[in-house]
Write a protein that binds this ligand. Structure first.
Ligand SMILES: [Zn+2]
Ligand SMILES: [Zn+2]
Ligand SMILES: [Zn+2]
Ligand SMILES: [Zn+2]
Ligand SMILES: [Zn+2]
Ligand SMILES: [Zn+2]
Ligand SMILES: [Zn+2]
Length: 205
């Protein structure tokens, strides 16, 4: 089944939420379980000490990426983020321009959305994700409209939104996590019971 990539009322498609460690195995409608692995936010300037599913103990790094691209030119991305595969020297035609078609400043940094691989200028991306904080809604890539949920730089913002807005909706529809576990155990018991009676029937024939 294709994962649900819509911001929808809870549905039965696989959940879209994933991180660098794992992918949520629930359906879109069931509340996500926060990842318990160690957070991967780390660079030469510092590391987050919390778990992946928690709010990071330090903000994403805003320093320029110190790495070089395979072509040998400096990366135009941010420190600690995946390097956007763009080079103004080698492939000037493919290099991002602003919405009016002008070149960005020479020191502008770029981020590759991990949801769809489109590349945004960092200030534009930060504004898109963090402006208008009162309206809680999932932000979408301006190029392809894919919801931005799995781009690590914005994980705290997205997690917060899931926690305060989206999971409560899911919980209202599906019951709380405790109720889900109870339901699951009950189901398993019925299933085991079913298997046992079946085996007995098989043995007795
Ligand atoms: Zn859905
Ligand atoms: Zn994780
Ligand atoms: Zn850094
Ligand atoms: Zn973290
Ligand atoms: Zn880089
Ligand atoms: Zn190059
Ligand atoms: Zn996109």
């Amino acid at each position: 089944m294709e994962p649900c990539n819509q911001v929808c009322l809870p549905c039965k498609m696989p959940c879209e939420v994933k991180c660098t460690h794992s992918k949520c195995k629930n359906t879109c409608g069931a509340p996500c379980v926060p990842c318990q692995e160690k957070c991967r936010r780390s660079c030469v300037h510092g590391s987050c000490t919390r778990r992946c599913g928690e709010r990071c103990s330090r903000a994403a790094c805003n320093e320029p990426c110190p790495l070089k691209l395979p072509c040998g030119h400096p990366c135009r991305g941010l420190c600690g983020e995946p390097c956007p595969p763009i080079c103004k020297h080698c492939r000037p035609d493919e290099f991002p321009k602003d919405f009016l078609g002008y070149d960005f400043d020479e020191d502008a940094k770029f981020i590759r959305l991990q949801d769809c691989t489109h590349i945004l200028e960092v200030e534009d991306a930060d504004n898109l994700m963090q402006s208008d904080k009162e309206t809680i809604r999932i932000r979408c890539c301006p190029f392809c409209r894919k919801p931005i949920i799995n781009t690590y730089r914005y994980k705290d913002f997205v997690n917060e939104m899931y926690k305060t807005e989206i999971n409560p909706i899911k919980e209202r529809v599906y019951g709380t996590k405790a109720q889900i576990i109870e339901k699951r155990d009950k189901l398993r018991d019925t299933f085991t019971g079913f298997e046992e009676t079946h085996l007995q029937v098989l043995k007795s024939t």
